[in-house]
Write a protein that binds this ligand. Structure first.
Ligand SMILES: NC(=O)c1ccc[n+]([C@@H]2O[C@H](COP(=O)([O-])OP(=O)(O)OC[C@H]3O[C@@H](n4cnc5c(N)ncnc54)[C@H](OP(=O)(O)O)[C@@H]3O)[C@@H](O)[C@H]2O)c1
Length: 390
């Protein structure tokens, strides 16, 4: 239910009468996704398709719908357990001449079990094999916390993208008591050096970070030997606006990228419920703006972030939504209406992944609830792949 408090906030911010045509006058209709320029001169799209929680059976449809609608960027990760489907689909699209490899921006991530420098390249090679590509446009360290399996070899999608005992060498290793493991023998500063080598080898065009907090990003920047981070991908939506981190990134010429720009829809509602009990897509302020601009709540949320200079990674498995989420470049949200978002900056993070918070490099300790007691790893991976153990 929508709380009384938020309801009165909304009545305080009723907007002046609005005429869509007046705003549209200054913007030409376009079907193209704009790009931002990274510090090294490379370009990155301001909208990419997300693939987390796209079931393998739905991923091909989603990628095809996206490319056919004009998406030029896809965000992947080996633990999403569907990179091979993304790869197969891209191959078909290349062969049909729908799009050329070099016109796409394909972004992937280094998984937590492969932070040791000797495993970084193995992790990427497994991704390139799955994607049938010779290089990726961006490769991000997925999380700062390293978590080894056996530590002897890299763990990849084929090893199993589900929680299981570390001896089974899966991507979500747990110790004998069922808690996520921590790698005390590796640190992301060493990992970064190995990421830099991949750029020199031409396997990766840009490197970046994900889920790193401000201090951790600074540490990587100070210790980078050749290339500093070009991209920082963190959770960001109207309930977690990340103003401080976005400013920090702008000052340091790092492109901030929002994951879960739609608040992850209702996918995480049961795990970390929003403080007002409403997902961002259902918030009255967003719904009201959607009505006023004759757009959907999703389009309003994506455009709000893009107008702040943020690149957004929006996931959908639904072709109509994928197409709709792209129809956001023919209007602009007025500055008065942008200001309304200030009232819903609740600081709600849906992806705390609190079960890894015993790790020394866990990035969100300040946001854990008081007296949080470490929980065991869930039986499913975050991509929904079930553990072998029941
Ligand atoms: N680096 C990281 O650790 C990290 C973490 C999380 C996510 N990511 C990346 O960021 C991407 C996006 O984040 P996300 O998947 O958490 O969430 P999201 O993009 O914020 O939201 C996805 C949810 O919104 C729904 N949706 C999409 N378009 C919609 C529309 N027009 N109207 C209503 N609902 C709509 C989707 O449903 P349907 O699919 O059913 O249409 C899905 O349930 C991920 O897929 C992944 O690529 C990265």
């Amino acid at each position: 239910m929508f709380s009384r408090k938020s309801s009165s906030l909304f009545s305080q911010c009723q907007v002046k009468s609005f005429v869509p045509g007046q705003l549209r006058r200054n913007y030409s209709l376009t079907n193209e996704i704009p790009k931002a320029t990274l510090y090294n001169g490379n370009k990155i799209p301001l909208l990419l398709l997300g693939t987390w929680k796209s079931h393998p059976s739905e991923t091909a449809n989603a990628v095809e719908a996206a490319v056919n609608s004009g998406y030029i960027g896809i965000d992947c990760a080996n633990d999403y357990n569907n990179e091979n489907i993304v790869g197969d689909t891209l191959q078909k699209l290349f062969q049909k001449g729908v799009v050329k490899r070099d016109d796409l921006f394909i972004q992937c991530k280094l998984w937590n079990t492969n932070h040791r420098p000797k495993h970084v390249s193995e992790d990427l090679m497994a991704t390139l094999k799955d994607l049938h590509l010779e290089y990726v446009d961006a490769f991000l360290i997925h999380w700062p916390q390293a978590s080894p399996s056996t530590g002897k070899s890299a763990t990849t999608r084929e090893s199993g993208a589900y929680p299981a005992n570390y001896k089974e060498n899966t991507m979500f290793p747990v110790d004998d008591k069922g808690f996520f493991t921590s790698d005390k023998e590796s640190h992301y500063l060493e990992t970064w050096r190995a990421m830099e080598d991949l750029v020199d080898k031409g396997l990766v065009l840009n490197i970046g970070l994900s889920n790193f907090n401000r201090r951790q990003v600074q540490e990587v920047m100070k210790n980078a030997s050749k290339y500093r981070p070009a991209i920082l991908q963190n959770e960001c939506h109207p309930y977690l606006q990340q103003k401080d981190l976005i400013d920090f990134a702008k000052i340091n010429d790092i492109q901030f990228q929002a994951f879960s720009p739609l608040g992850s829809g209702s996918t995480h509602l049961g795990v970390e419920p929003p403080p007002n009990g409403l997902i961002p897509l259902d918030h009255p302020i967003i719904k009201q703006l959607a009505l006023m601009y004759r757009k959907s709540p999703a389009q309003i949320m994506l455009k709000w972030n893009i107008q702040r200079g943020v690149s957004v990674v929006a996931k959908s498995r639904t072709p109509e939504r994928i197409k709709d989420n792209m129809a956001i470049f023919d209007f602009e949200i007025s500055s008065d209406h942008m200001k309304m978002f200030d009232q819903i900056n609740y600081g709600w993070r849906h992806l705390l992944w609190r079960e890894t918070s015993n790790h020394a490099d866990y990035p969100f300790k300040d946001e854990l609830p008081y007296n949080y007691q470490l929980e065991k790893a869930p039986l499913e991976s975050s991509s929904g792949t079930k553990s072998k153990k029941k």
